[in-house]
Design a protein around this ligand. Structure first.
Ligand code: ATP
Length: 341
């Protein structure tokens, strides 16, 4: 196992800047996730760690040692990609054993492969042809193959994006369990913020080639450092206003939110849909119902408030009836539910 760090890594392809001054410190045994929209630089970061790309500037370090110039096959990383990328002409067992061929190790190959198949829940399937497996099973084989040589670092690039939602949820818990059991330093790439929150020790939210925020799932959700993080990680109602003596004024409505800013200064307020309630609260606003979705456990209501979309999510049990489209509806939030940017 090894810690992993990126020190001011930039990567340019001609005119395109894929990564701009990315610095990350990932602890030994940590499950660390890069999350962000398509094209933000997640895969480029992972490829720089794997050694498939050389940074234009900056350094990648494993256990504090600069690995610039170390080719991918000597970096002691295991990789699982989005595509299953198993060898179709080999059995499951041979695919996993393949991972052992290129490294020095003391394992008895047969015992090691059996252990790994057991670990990923495929005991007894060693003789199968990979094509005779489901997508989820194929990714388990790919994971076993990547883990076979006991790598210092495990790199997972959207390994579940080809699977259906239910299977993805199950497999992500499995991956997390296996990672924790082996205590292997893991860098996980996903565009799915809910997945990132669910599995990670910490996440880096990336945008346009740079890191916006690094933190635990709770930190990036509850204390977003930037507007981008506030809007990308979960849903958020973002209100742009100005500080006043009484709080913050947004389009003529004053919310009694205490802020550090001086009167007249711009302030951005973020309120999560689940932090809003139907009916008045310390801070109230009345809008027109654009849509109201009954979700079983909750009702999600979209309001048009003076031209701004506001989303409210309330427990279904709190509502006598689902509001109708076009109704006027007053919703509110408490001042301590607000995050100020
Ligand atoms: P996705 O989720 O869609 O895979 P990503 O966050 O992984 O996106 P990257 O694949 O790292 O993003 O790409 C970051 C930027 O670098 C993009 O603008 C991409 O077009 C560009 N890029 C990546 N590889 C190359 C390359 N070989 N040549 C030129 N530009 C590239």
């Amino acid at each position: 196992m090894s810690s992993l760090s990126l020190d001011s890594v930039s990567k340019r392809y001609g005119e395109t800047t894929a990564l701009s001054d990315v610095s990350l410190d990932i602890e030994d045994g940590e499950f660390f996730t890069l999350v962000g929209p398509s094209g933000c630089g997640k895969t480029t970061t992972l490829r720089a760690v794997a050694g498939f790309e050389s940074p234009t500037e900056g350094a990648v370090r494993f256990g504090g040692v600069d690995v610039s110039g170390v080719p991918p096959e000597d970096r002691d990383v295991g990789i699982v990609f989005q595509q299953y990328s198993l060898f179709p002409h080999m059995t499951v067992r041979e695919n996993v054993a393949y991972g052992l061929q290129f490294t020095d190790h003391d394992y008895d190959p047969d015992a090691r492969v059996a252990d790994l198949l057991d670990l990923v829940g495929l005991a007894g399937m060693g003789d199968r042809d990979p094509n005779a497996l489901s997508g989820g099973q194929q990714q388990r084989v790919a994971l076993a193959r990547a883990l076979a040589p006991n790598p210092d670092v495990l790199l997972l690039d959207e390994p579940m994006s080809a699977l259906d939602a239910r299977l993805r949820e199950r497999l992500r818990r499995e991956v997390r369990r296996i990672q924790a059991e082996l205590d292997v330093t893991t860098l996980y790439v996903t565009h799915d913020q809910a997945e990132a929150l669910a599995v990670s020790d910490r996440v880096a939210v990336m945008n346009d080639g740079h890191v916006e925020q690094v933190g635990t799932p709770q930190e990036v959700y509850r204390e977003p450092a930037t507007r981008f993080v506030a809007e990308f990680v979960g849903e958020n109602n973002v209100f742009d206003g100005r500080a006043t003596e009484a709080g913050v004024e947004v389009d003529g409505t004053t919310f009694a939110v205490p802020v550090d800013a001086r009167p007249g200064e711009s302030v951005t307020l973020c309120v999560r849909p689940e932090s809003m309630q139907v009916g008045g609260a310390t801070n109230a606003l009345t809008g027109v119902v654009d849509y109201a979705e009954f979700l079983g456990d909750a009702v999600r209501i979209g309001l048009d408030w003076q031209g701004q979309a506001v989303v409210v999510r309330v427990p279904a049990i709190d509502l006598d009836s689902v509001p109708a489209d076009g109704d006027d509806l007053t919703v509110g939030f408490d001042s301590d539910a607000v995050v100020t940017l």
